[in-house]
Design a protein around this ligand. Structure first.
Ligand code: SF4
Ligand code: SF4
Ligand SMILES: [Zn+2]
Length: 279
């Protein structure tokens, strides 16, 4: 199996996996979304709230604030040695105290640990009028997206099969498919239809498989079978993964792959035990 990045920075990765299958591609997607842990606010103690929002809505909004996560420093609360009481290894406390007028934002959350802070300081939580007040303490902890969406480390996370575009000998170079293609994938040159190459990269991977080119080709009067056909390579997948900023996107991918590997080992061991018992 090969993994080739065409874009990789802290927030976005675009890569192609070849030599895989649909089951693996979907496992990777689901694992990145649901099994890579991040920190999010879970418990909120409200000491004063005279804003227009109910306590529950306020707590819900705080839970959705992405928080920078250092996985080398924290363990999930239910696996911590403190027996789920909450200690420095498994929880982080934030305080917030704001009086109106003004907008309470994620930047008003004061962390007890300077490494664990909101990813963005300007996420609005609630607007306060003159005399309104919010005073609270929020406890954040590590967990996964399979428990609640607020612990998902990804924003966009999806894949598609790699497109295969074939131009057949029956093509009469009428150019209708070039005009119809919404992704600018095709061109006419040397009296032939080609897949465009931009900055040394083939545009084939940009094809959305909308098949408008096939329809345009048939409508040109060429016959029942289009001279251009679109297929999908079911062993090759293009992924786009966007982090919410809690973890670098490379760490999300690496941890998801490690998780799949460890779960596969667990499954193999369990199957071996079953077979050993059966013999
Ligand atoms: S399938 Fe759609 S995007 Fe792909 S080449 Fe044809 S028209 Fe363009
Ligand atoms: S529409 Fe069909 S016949 Fe015309 S250029 Fe495209 S593939 Fe060739
Ligand atoms: Zn603990």
């Amino acid at each position: 199996m090969d993994l080739v990045f065409s874009r990789l920075d802290d927030s976005v990765a675009r890569f192609t996996i070849s030599g895989a299958n649909l089951a693996f591609a979907n496992s990777l997607r689901r694992t990145m979304i649901g099994e890579v842990p991040t920190i999010a606010i879970e418990d909120v103690r409200i000491y004063d709230n005279t804003s227009v929002l109910f306590d529950e809505i306020l707590a819900h909004r705080l839970g959705l604030v992405p928080i920078k996560t250092d996985l080398s420093q924290f363990v999930p609360r239910n696996k911590c040695t403190c027996d789920d009481i909450g200690c420095q290894q498994c929880t982080i406390t934030f305080t917030l105290s704001v009086e109106g007028p003004g907008v309470v934002t994620s930047g008003d959350l004061i962390s007890m640990d300077p490494r664990i802070v909101p990813v963005h300081k300007n996420i609005p939580i609630v607007k306060l009028w003159e005399g309104q007040k919010v005073v609270l303490e929020a406890i954040a902890e590590l967990n996964t997206g399979s428990e609640h969406a607020k612990w998902q480390p990804t924003l966009a996370c999806g894949y598609k099969e790699f497109p295969i575009i074939t131009i057949h000998d029956s093509c009469d170079v009428c150019g209708k498919c070039v005009v119809e293609c919404p992704r600018d994938v095709l061109e006419v040159s040397d009296n032939t239809i080609h897949i465009r190459v931009v900055n040394g990269e083939s545009k084939e991977k940009d094809c959305s498989m909308c098949r408008l080119c096939e329809t345009a080709c048939v409508s040109s009067g060429i016959g029942e079978n289009p001279a251009i056909t679109i297929d999908a390579d079911s062993t090759k997948f293009i992924f786009v993964v966007e982090s919410d900023g809690s973890l670098p996107v490379k760490e999300i991918i690496e941890r998801a792959l490690l998780h799949i590997k460890l779960r596969s080992i667990d499954l193999t061991d369990a199957l071996q035990d079953i077979f050993a018992e059966g013999l």
